[in-house]
Design a protein around this ligand. Structure first.
Ligand code: WT7
Length: 594
């Protein structure tokens, strides 16, 4: 569609309002606490708010092509901020608010953000998270790195909700005059109309960072028309969305799932969605089911890790609520084990709902392998077949195609509209990461198996990446934090299966000579990972490793470490190791709690 022009925000809002959806609810907002006031925002009101905020951005000098970083909780100002960027052609770069100030700083520096949008804080269960304070640390860091983010716009959120917990807001919100601005003050005098900036089909819409197996996070860049088409079509067909349906995706907007299936896909279809700030466990383990009941949700989209965590509480919490409105249940983020699939199917869907196990990535923009509800006979744990226009191929190590039954590297042999276009400012890395292993194919980094019926089963990452509760990270990025500790000589991180999180981190640490490995070191290292990457990257096990199993050329044999992590003595051939003794020593050193 290159050469054609459009505006995404216009398509999502103005077009729907003009077609008679002005009074329809675009978003219901459900706060962390059930007694928080609920908010509903119609398409007309959403358009007005977006226009007003677009005018705020313009007044602060934001123009087409400028990058705007966003670090926000799940509040309605988040889609408003995104759509305001899209309206004026600014490129949003959202950083999930669970990331540390270091991670935020690194991302704002990489994209040379001009402005940051945040909130004073977020509510998570019993706790308030003070986001603005984290932003201040990040803004200082970017300054030290040599880039200045000029402005910061802050939503005042903590005090307007949770009538039951007003005393919990204790901290002063740190403030820097001439840089920080309150959202509500900026919005006060703004016009609720703003002419959209017409964008070329291939102009950037947003970037979103995702972990790479080596080096820094990658700024995946999505553009305008193809992404819109793909988000709109996959949403409509994969969730079988019909007028009157109420759709709820539990993903945070800070991840690609939230971009495509909380914001762009649903709004493109004039859908009504729920946005939820809280957690599945607060104030009780039935919160998800109570929200489904409250809004009469028809399509529910969540992650296997959440299903596994909720399964543990049995059927009791589910039976307290009426879930009979449900028609389609979605799963995303990691392979769903058949046990969790069946529980979801039986106890949430009452054997009446289709389950769509949607395989895709930040890079693919939208679903690429997924069942279509009601049309694809389901198999628990299989993402099944490609979406229209997607051509999956399985390749062996030598790049030879595996036809029929078999397992191999999952690659795609032709592009589709929603595919990423480049890595921000680094097209070479884009080509290298995705197209160099098998020339002529887009390489997903996942493995897959094709069964006798032609169904595809995703087997997980084939590179040194781990997926903890649906959060993708590389072993290398965790190792680089661990080895920064002055008492650590070397580290190796492997993935270990985890009953709820899917995978967890098992870390081997070689202390420096004459340094002891003690409890203090373990807690220091956990704290470092938490602070540098984010709480979700917290290692489950940290083990003392006087040495690591290395080949004579110095390569760490990770498959051996993965066996040690699960205490499986079938380590296979270790004859190429420089020192075979080390394997026995590492088994002996496993901590009791592991
Ligand atoms: C990786 C992409 C796509 C949105 C959330 C994650 C894994 C994702 C599935 C699924 C098996 C899955 C893959 C993929 N993954 N969905 N249905 N079955 N694996 O986006 O952070 O870019 O992660 O998540 O390993 O490569 P992401």
């Amino acid at each position: 569609m290159e050469g054609a022009s459009t505006n995404l925000c216009y398509n999502l809002l103005d077009r729907n309002v003009r077609n008679g959806l002005g009074d329809q609810i675009a978003y219901y907002w459900e706060g962390n606490h059930p007694d928080d006031y609920s908010r509903g925002l119609t398409y007309r009101k959403l358009l007005e708010e977006v226009c007003r905020f677009a005018n705020v951005l313009k007044d602060h000098g934001i123009r087409k092509g400028d990058r705007v970083s966003i670090y926000m909780p799940m509040i309605l100002e988040l889609p408003i901020a995104m759509l305001a960027c899209a309206r004026i052609g600014a490129v949003h770069s959202i950083v999930f608010a669970g990331f540390s100030p270091d991670s935020l700083a690194e991302r704002m520096f990489d994209c040379k953000a001009k402005l940051l949008i945040t909130a004073d804080g977020a509510w998570r269960g019993e706790k308030a998270l003070y986001l603005k304070a984290l932003c201040d640390t990040a803004l200082e860091k970017v300054e030290e790195m040599g880039h200045s983010v000029e402005k910061c716009i802050v939503v005042s959120h903590l005090k307007r909700v949770t009538p039951c917990q007003p005393d919990h807001v204790e901290e002063e919100i740190p403030w820097t005059d001439d840089r920080d601005y309150w959202w509500h003050e900026e919005m006060e005098d703004k016009e609720p109309a703003c002419y959209p900036e017409w964008m070329d089909a291939e102009d950037p819409l947003f970037m979103l960072y995702t972990s790479g197996s080596t080096g820094k996070p990658k700024g995946v860049l999505h553009t305008t028309a193809g992404y819109l088409l793909y988000a709109a079509t996959t949403f409509k067909i994969v969730f079988d969305y019909k007028p009157g349906d109420i759709y709820w995706c539990t993903a945070d907007v800070g991840w690609i799932t939230g971009h495509t299936y909380v914001v762009y896909g649903p709004l493109a279809n004039g859908a009504t969605s729920v946005i939820f700030e809280g957690t599945p466990f607060f104030p009780g383990n039935d919160r998800y089911w109570s929200v489904i009941d409250k809004y009469k949700v028809t399509q529910f989209y969540t992650a296997p890790t959440a299903i596994r965590a909720l399964m543990k509480f049995g059927e009791g919490p589910v039976l307290k609520h009426n879930l009979s409105g449900l028609k389609v249940l979605g799963s995303v983020g990691e392979p769903i084990n058949p046990e969790a699939w069946l529980w979801y199917y039986k106890h949430i869907g009452k054997e009446q709902c289709s389950i769509v196990d949607t395989f895709w990535q930040t890079e693919t923009g939208g679903h690429v392998i997924t069942p279509l509800p009601g049309a694809t006979p389901m198999k628990p744990g299989s993402a099944s077949f490609p979406f229209f226009g997607v051509k999956p191929t399985l390749l062996d190590e030598c790049g030879i195609e595996i036809k029929g039954e078999g397992e191999g590297y999952l690659v795609f042999s032709q592009p589709w509209p929603g595919m990423m276009r480049t890595l921000y400012n680094n097209h070479e890395r884009f080509e290298d990461t995705y197209f160099s292993k098998f020339p002529g194919f887009y390489c997903t980094g996942d493995g897959a198996r094709r069964d006798a019926d032609g169904y595809l089963w995703i087997t997980g990452r084939v590179d040194d990446m781990l997926n903890v509760s649906g959060h993708l990270m590389s072993t290398a990025e965790v190792e680089s934090v661990l080895t920064e500790h002055p008492r650590v000589a070397e580290s190796a991180v492997v993935s270990r299966p985890h009953p709820v999180k899917g995978e967890c981190l098992y870390c081997f640490i070689t202390p420096n000579e004459n340094e002891v490995f003690d409890q203090k070191l373990i807690s220091d290292l956990k704290k470092m990972v938490r602070e540098r990457i984010g709480p979700f990257a917290m290692p489950d096990v940290i083990q003392n490793a006087p040495g690591l199993p290395k080949t004579r050329s110095g390569k760490i044999m990770r498959r051996v470490l993965r066996k040690i992590a699960v205490n499986d003595r079938n380590v296979g051939d270790t004859s190429t190791l420089a020192d075979e003794q080390i394997v026995e020593q590492l088994f002996a050193n496993r901590p009791v709690e592991a």
